[in-house]
Design a protein around this ligand. Structure first.
Ligand code: FAD
Length: 416
């Protein structure tokens, strides 16, 4: 930790004059804040909550994101509580038959140079917060409005504060106020999927002898994902169910364990053993939005769920938010003090990649939830060959990407 703070102090002494206000202190906002500070910019984060926190659940962080987090000095923190899964193990819903088993423990690092982690969200957030200078992270600041003041932007907050910056970044999640201010109001769409989430203390299910692999159970109209977090102290699960509508007032709520068990009636006994060992579960309506044509207007831009919310079926929402921050820092350095040019580059670098992932995530809902029949048999046969998009070779475009290096996008920006 001492070493991390020292590194950031050195960077600040060489700070570029550009001041940047990030709205939102979630995983995306904090990771971007660190990337931009590292690049020498004068960054502050404004978070609406009084206290920073994440929900009690796990998250998978793939090598395209750990590459960036390692560069930000978080390697030790991730290794401290993250779990490196042994394998991806896809299984059939009824009998648990293996559909695909891809060893990833050492293969992932050998292929991409950085590990794949499963981590408690609170542990990831704590690591990001600990690395970010406390006096630059302002809590209890809910953004209400943005006003252009010459070549600066003024941000107005609910606590009466007014802040001027050269660049404002909306990292304020799927309900983004910044997005609404830039592009108008548009409701997110219900994806016809809801999920139950929970954490099971590992000692309660020790008798099941579940290995430290990601298990993805596929069945008609639903799927179930499980993996360990926090040094294997907890098993995290996400139980996804097709559902026509979402009528709950909140998008996330305390759920009924009995309902979760009933939703997986007829599934393999291990699923029932896991669900029956939880004290509580949370239900989530899963929402997304279509890809956008642009994220940036003038001196304001977006990142993370504010601009590319997606179904979690590629496990890439947070990873892409982390990539956004690294790319934005690289674009600002490339364009010098020219914010407009930097944001043009940023849009060009990021839009196609994240739109593609939004599409793949939505498509996985269909593929994962196929009813038993010819399409499901064809899918399973394809998976049995091991050459599907779950192989390390075919995922290299995603996990091998270095978001801090500008490439493809720059080429496209020049051609516009
Ligand atoms: P958020 O986490 O929503 O953060 C936004 C922040 O902005 C919040 O702190 C909020 O309080 C603040 N804010 C909002 N409005 C304002 C305002 N007006 N003023 C100030 N602050 C404001 N992704 C992965 O990479 N891997 C996974 O394994 C994975 N699994 C998932 C499983 C499920 C079931 C779900 C639902 C999602 C999953 N995701 C995963 C996606 C991931 O959780 C999100 O993409 C990611 O958390 C988005 O981060 P963010 O910082 O963009 O937004």
């Amino acid at each position: 930790m001492a070493r991390r703070c020292e590194a950031i102090k050195q960077d600040l002494s060489a700070m570029h004059s550009l001041s940047i206000a990030i709205v939102g202190g979630g995983i995306g906002g904090l990771a971007a804040g660190l990337s931009l500070l590292r690049a020498g910019f004068d960054v502050h984060i404004y978070e609406q909550s009084k206290a920073l926190g994440e929900i009690g659940a796990g998250i998978q962080i793939s090598p395209n994101a750990t590459r960036i987090l390692h560069g930000l000095g978080l390697a030790d923190a991730l290794a401290g509580s993250g779990v490196k899964p042994l394998a991806w193990h896809h299984r059939r819903w009824q009998d648990g038959r293996t559909l695909l088993h891809t060893p990833i423990a050492s293969a992932m690092e050998a292929a991409f140079g950085f590990p794949y982690y499963q981590i408690h969200r609170a542990d990831l957030l704590s690591a990001l917060v600990a690395a970010f200078p406390r006096d630059r992270l302002l809590t209890g600041y809910r953004l209400l409005n943005l006003v252009e003041r010459g070549d600066r932007i003024e941000a107005l907050f609910d606590n009466g504060a007014r802040v001027e910056a050269d660049l404002v970044i909306g990292a304020d999640g799927i309900h983004s106020t910044v997005r609404e201010l830039l592009f108008g109001s548009q409701a997110p769409r219900f994806t016809r999927c809801m999920c139950y989430r929970g954490l099971v203390p590992a000692e309660r299910i020790a008798h099941l002898d579940i290995p430290a692999e990601v298990q993805i159970w596929k069945g008609p109209g639903r799927h179930f994902v499980q993996y360990y977090v926090r040094s294997e102290q907890f098993l995290n699960f996400v139980a996804v169910v097709d559902q026509d509508s979402w009528t709950a007032e909140s998008w996330t709520d305390r759920g009924s364990v009995a309902e979760a068990v009933a939703a997986f009636a007829g599934w393999h006994p291990q699923i029932h053993d896991i669900l029956n060992s939880i004290d509580e579960t949370f239900v989530w309506g899963l929402f997304d939005r279509p890809p956008m044509e642009r994220w940036s207007v003038g001196r304001v831009t977006l990142l993370g769920d504010a601009c590319h919310p997606m179904l979690p079926f590629m496990a890439q929402g947070a990873a892409q938010a982390i990539e956004d921050g690294a790319t934005l820092a690289a674009c600002l350095i490339e364009a010098g003090q020219d914010v407009g040019e930097a944001l043009r580059l940023y849009d060009a670098e990021r839009l196609a990649r994240t739109a593609h992932l939004q599409g793949l995530s939505a498509n996985n809902k269909i593929r994962f939830h196929l009813p038993d029949g010819p399409d499901q048999i064809a899918r399973d046969a394809e998976m049995a060959k091991g050459a599907t998009d779950f192989s390390l070779e075919s995922i290299a475009w995603l996990y091998g990407h270095d978001a801090g290096r500008l490439g493809e996008g720059r080429h496209r920006a020049g051609k516009r």
